[in-house]
Ligand binder design. Structure first.
Ligand SMILES: Nc1nc2c(ncn2[C@@H]2O[C@H](COP(=O)(O)OP(=O)(O)OP(=O)(O)O)[C@@H](O)[C@H]2O)c(=O)[nH]1
Ligand SMILES: [Mg+2]
Length: 419
């Protein structure tokens, strides 16, 4: 659907979920988020339904009686599509579509659809297509049925979706081609990363739940021009900017794609190289929307995702953001973080403290050296200032006494003797 047409005439959606008895509250929270996702995809939620059930129905996910109820709800609200909060099997989708007479999707397909709409760079587009094809392939296995989403609108966008109409063999060969092309792009990025590492600048990755304010933070600190929006997954591509700290030390700050609960596993795989920006970082800045009632769950998802990609050993500095709109008496803590800052990117409150904390941690992460440099070697000090951090500088008889934080490689390169 065309974006403008979508705005004027959003697709009408009903959301439904099955949950264990006693877990209804959790299911409701998850549906609130599913509704946000649905709106991000350009839809309008016109009804929801939750069924407490011991076991999900193999054929139709919800129970038989509930299918009838859902049918009524669809009829009353004139809905055009129904979205389940859990992953559905292809036969569940097919059976439900037959019973309900409208398009049926699940959370993973919805997220894939949003990613497909938002991808702009070659790499992003390829990553989304890989995720869609891999998702389709998994759903096809054992089904002997081609999953095709027809009729347009949500769940039918992105190059990958069209390919699902062809058979598995084609999907596999297309996946191979795409993966090769992606590998090349990743190779280029690895090289850029290497160059950055060689330059000696500490690398800082900004991570966090989607919509927490990561891009806004990068923009505020570095005057970058990254799209920041009140939408989920505004950022799919990586932006890195230099940031000069008070001490004149330069660090590299990278904005990354947001996390979300039940992030489709194929997306994590396809976006692994993007997410890996966090793995190579010296420090992770974890941005949390402190005003979001589910912030605790969000933090948990972020830490789980970091562990999943192998970035759980890197020090974390947590920023509880959006302080300007926190409800009164908000108390926030993050025991997983090495340090915590309370801030508002919008008003600027707490950002000076954030910069000071970054400085403090980076300083600790970098080796420290005490040395005397002869007056004839004065240019070495310029070098140290640029790539490290001079803490003490005294002009003495035998030369300039320096205490500085500097990477071991530079200490060797400059042939500095430790005192
Ligand atoms: N009130 C308030 N809003 C904020 C603050 N910081 C960011 N926002 C808003 O929060 C929304 C999301 O901000 P983004 O910077 O796009 O969030 P993100 O974490 O990059 O999100 P994704 O890229 O979608 O994962 C935007 O509407 C911002 O204007 C803040 O301190 N206070
Ligand atoms: Mg962003």
């Amino acid at each position: 659907m065309h974006e403008l047409e979508q705005l004027q005439n959003p697709e009408r959606l009903v959301l439904f979920a099955v949950t264990e008895k006693g877990e209804v509250k959790k299911a409701e929270d998850s549906l609130v988020e599913l509704a946000e996702l649905a709106e991000t995809a350009g839809g309008e939620v016109v009804g929801t339904m939750i069924q407490p059930l011991e076991a999900k129905n193999k054929k139709t996910y919800i129970g038989k009686g509930k299918v009838e109820e859902l049918k009524e709800l669809i009829h009353e609200t004139n809905a055009q599509a129904a979205i389940a909060d859990d992953e559905l099997s292809p036969s569940q989708i097919r059976n439900l579509e037959e019973e309900l007479g409208i398009k049926v999707l699940d959370r993973a397909l919805l997220i894939l659809d949003i990613f497909a709409q938002r991808a702009t760079t070659r790499e992003g587009i390829l990553q989304v297509e890989v995720a869609q094809l891999a998702d389709g392939l998994t759903r096809l296995i054992g089904e002997g049925h081609a999953l095709s989403r027809q009729g347009g609108g949500i769940g039918t966008r992105g190059a990958g979706e069209k390919k699902l109409e062809t058979d598995r063999r084609h999907i596999r060969s297309r996946l191979n081609t795409l993966c090769k092309e992606l590998k090349e792009l990743e190779g280029q990025r690895d090289m850029n990363r290497e160059i950055r590492k060689k330059q000696g600048f500490p690398l800082i990755a900004i991570v966090g739940y989607t919509n927490a304010g990561k891009s806004s933070l990068l923009n505020k600190l570095t005057e970058a021009d990254v799209l920041a929006e009140d939408k989920l997954f505004a950022t799919l591509d990586i932006t890195t900017r230099k940031l000069s700290l008070e001490s004149k030390q330069t660090v590299m700050l990278t904005d990354t794609v947001g996390f979300i609960r039940k992030l489709p596993h194929h997306l994590v795989e396809a976006f692994r190289s993007t997410l890996e920006e966090a793995v190579v970082a010296d420090l992770i800045i974890h941005v949390v929307d402190g005003a979001n009632p589910f912030e605790e769950k969000h933090r948990q998802v972020v830490y789980e995702t970091l562990a999943q990609i192998g970035a759980d050993k890197i020090p974390v500095l947590t920023v509880f953001n959006k302080k300007d709109i926190w409800p009164e008496n908000t108390i926030l803590r993050d025991d997983m973080a090495e340090a915590t800052v309370y801030a508002s990117v919008k008003t600027g409150e707490g950002l000076a403290e954030l910069l000071a904390k970054i400085e403090e941690i980076i300083r600790r992460l970098k080796p420290y050296i005490c040395t005397t440099i002869s007056y004839a070697d004065g240019q070495k000090i310029d070098f140290i200032r640029r790539y490290g951090q001079v803490v003490v500088e005294e002009y003495r008889e035998d030369g300039i006494y320096i205490e500085a934080y500097l990477e071991e490689a530079y200490i060797q390169k400059l042939d500095l003797k430790r005192e």
